[in-house]
Write a protein that binds this ligand. Structure first.
Ligand code: GLN
Length: 217
C-alpha cells in the first residue's frame, strides 16, 4: 500500500508558490515548512530558488538549520533549485565568509557563476533520468557545480556558449539539485524525477518498518 507523499517546500524566502503549485499534479501533497515541527511532518523537502544568503540567515534564526542538517543526514529526500542548490552544497565559492549551508551534497558550488553581466539566460539541458527531450532551463543569477565529489552523479551540463560543459544538475542519494528553475516553466519532469525518488524512499522505509515489526513481534 502506498500513500501520497507529503512534500514540504521550505518557505522562508524565494519562489515557494511555484513549487507548491507544481507538486500536486504529480500525486504529492505539498505543504509549507517554516518551523522544525513542520519539517518533522514531511516525507521530503524542496528548497526553492531565491537568495541563499537570506535563506541561510532565516534558517539559522528560525532554529531550522540544525533540524534541516539532521534531516538530510537521516536520508530525507531534498530537491534544491538554484538558491536551493547553494543551500545543499558542502562547499561554496563567491559566497560571504559567514554564509552557512545545510550541506549534504559533496559539491563545490559557485554562486552567481554565470557572470554578473548575464543576470539570466535560458538553455536546453539534457537531464539524466528525464525522458522526452531536453529540459528548457531558466537560469537566474544561477550557481553552477564547480567540482563534484566521487559519490555525486552528474545529471546535466550546459551545452554551448561560454558556460559549455558546466554542471547544472546533480544527484547524490536522495539529494537532487539544479542550477535552473523548472518550477518557472511549467515543465514538471524534474519534479517528477524527484517525487519518484521520494516514493522509492517511502517504499523502502515501509519495508524496513515492516521488517522491524516482524522482528520484534
Ligand atoms: N544568486 C542566488 C543565490 O546565490 C540564487 C539565485 C536564484 O535562486 N535564482 O542565492
Amino acid at each position: 500500500m502506498s500513500r501520497k507523499p507529503v512534500v514540504g517546500v521550505l518557505a522562508l524566502q524565494g519562489d515557494v508558490r511555484e513549487h507548491l503549485a507544481t507538486l500536486p499534479g504529480l500525486g504529492a501533497e505539498a505543504v509549507t515548512v517554516r518551523r522544525p515541527e513542520e519539517l518533522a511532518g514531511v516525507d521530503a523537502l524542496v528548497v526553492p530558488g531565491g537568495e541563499s544568503t537570506t535563506m541561510a540567515k532565516l534558517a539559522a534564526r528560525s532554529g531550522l538549520l540544525g533540524p534541516l542538517r539532521d534531516a538530510v543526514a537521516g536520508g530525507l529526500p531534498v530537491y534544491g533549485s538554484c538558491a536551493g542548490m547553494v543551500m545543499l552544497a558542502d562547499r561554496l565559492l563567491d559566497a560571504p565568509a559567514d554564509q552557512v549551508t545545510v550541506g549534504g551534497l559533496d559539491v563545490t558550488v559557485r554562486r552567481n557563476a554565470f557572470g554578473r553581466q548575464v543576470d539570466s539566460f535560458e538553455s536546453q539541458v539534457e537531464v539524466d533520468g528525464v525522458a522526452g527531450g531536453p529540459v528548457h532551463a531558466v537560469f537566474i543569477r544561477a550557481p553552477w557545480v564547480e567540482q563534484a565529489g566521487e559519490g555525486v552523479q552528474v545529471l546535466g551540463r550546459v551545452v554551448g556558449g561560454s558556460a559549455d560543459g558546466r554542471i547544472v544538475a546533480v544527484r547524490q542519494g536522495n539529494l537532487v539539485a539544479t542550477s535552473f528553475h523548472p518550477e518557472l516553466t511549467g515543465d514538471r519532469r524534474v519534479h517528477a524525477l524527484f517525487v519518484d525518488i521520494v516514493r522509492r524512499h517511502l517504499a523502502e522505509q515501509a519495508g524496513v518498518d515492516a521488517g522491524n515489526e516482524r522482528g520484534t513481534s
